[in-house]
Design a protein around this ligand. Structure first.
Ligand code: FE
Length: 336
């Protein structure tokens, strides 16, 4: 978020209200309008007022560092394990004790020191043009198979979703295999990496790509509502959950943690506990086409239509440790 008069005013408001009861100050990098409902439902359920600053994750983390002990932030919300772990390493989060979160959030979806917890997931899976691909890659490793030369569209290595995917491959298969994989994918690219996940799906429709990697929620969204360049031709797009006979589909995590200097620490914990409630968990699926982190929560119809699958249950706290290795590999193999 660019600093502006407006955000400065919000910060001032947060600072003055920070000591009062009945407030929770969120720093959020989730970029979804639908999240509004989560906040208003929480306000209704608890009477606690939600103040919110939105920005890019790295900017919010830098801001929390700069604000230090005076930071009004109570909760940092962001997407992707890499960013949650960056926040932890930057010292802007704190460990919390919550029996509710321990009970509801699976152990592999939370930080080993309870500095962050995952609340929703998206599967990073393989899509393909049905009329051009008879045998799509069945696993992540297959994406590097020379049989798919010139066919694969996947976004840039600066993208955190890809950084975490490669870090998971390092965790599951070792650094050497991960490097060979990244090299193979670069050799198979249909074009230089460009755009977001939805643009990879658009490439299938336009014919530029035969195979694409995208998070599931972008596709599920195109099933639910009209997404330009995808929805009208969505029947042409096939999908599969990779590596079902191996580690399972890679899951991208969205999560949150309590800020290191949270002035409203109790409310911050209440907010995180609310995110694990049935109501909020269902809303992650119906509002933003995600998979709930809590087991047994009903999926939205379009998300359920993607089908049942095995998710990789690798410990994301462990995967986060391999993100620097993933970045090194991306540089070495020239993945733009
Ligand atoms: Fe996204």
């Amino acid at each position: 978020m660019k600093t502006s008069v407006f955000t400065a005013a919000i910060t001032a408001m947060m600072a003055t209200s920070a000591a009062a009861e009945g407030v929770v100050n969120l720093y959020s990098s989730r970029h979804y309008d639908t999240d509004e409902r989560l906040y208003s439902d929480f306000e209704e359920a608890t009477g606690i007022t939600v103040n919110r600053i939105e920005g890019k994750a790295d900017e919010l983390i830098a801001r929390m560092q700069a604000e230090g002990a005076n930071s009004p932030a109570d909760v940092l919300i962001t997407v992707d394990t890499s960013r949650l772990s960056r926040a932890k390493n930057a010292g802007v989060l704190q460990s919390i004790d919550s029996a509710v979160l321990e009970d509801k959030i699976p152990a592999n979806l939370q930080d080993a020191d309870n500095q962050w917890f995952g609340f929703s997931q998206r599967a990073r899976i393989i899509f393909y043009a049905k009329d051009r691909v008879a045998t799509p890659p069945a696993t992540y490793l297959d994406l590097a198979d020379p049989a798919y030369k010139g066919e694969v569209c996947i976004r840039s290595s600066t993208n955190t979703y890809n950084q975490t995917l490669l870090a998971a491959i390092v965790t599951n298969y070792g650094e050497e295999a991960a490097k060979a994989w990244a090299e193979g994918v670069v050799a198979n690219m249909a074009r230089d990496p460009q755009g977001g996940d939805t643009d990879q799906l658009r490439g299938l429709v336009s014919g530029e790509c035969d195979i694409a990697v995208s998070n599931s929620y972008y596709f599920a969204r195109a099933m639910r509502t009209d997404v330009k360049g995808v929805t009208a031709e969505i029947d042409q797009i096939g999908w599969l959950f990779p590596s079902q006979d191996a580690e399972g589909a890679h899951m991208n995590l969205s999560g949150a943690g309590v800020a290191a200097h949270a002035p409203n620490r109790d409310n911050a914990i209440k907010f995180l506990e609310y995110l694990s409630s049935e109501q909020a968990q269902q809303y992650f699926s119906s509002g933003n086409d995600e998979f709930p982190a809590v087991e047994g929560v009903a999926l939205a119809e379009n998300v359920a239509a993607l089908g049942e699958f095995k998710a990789d249950d690798v410990n994301l706290s462990e995967v986060a440790k391999n993100i620097p290795t993933a970045q090194k590999i991306f540089n070495e193999v020239g993945w733009k």
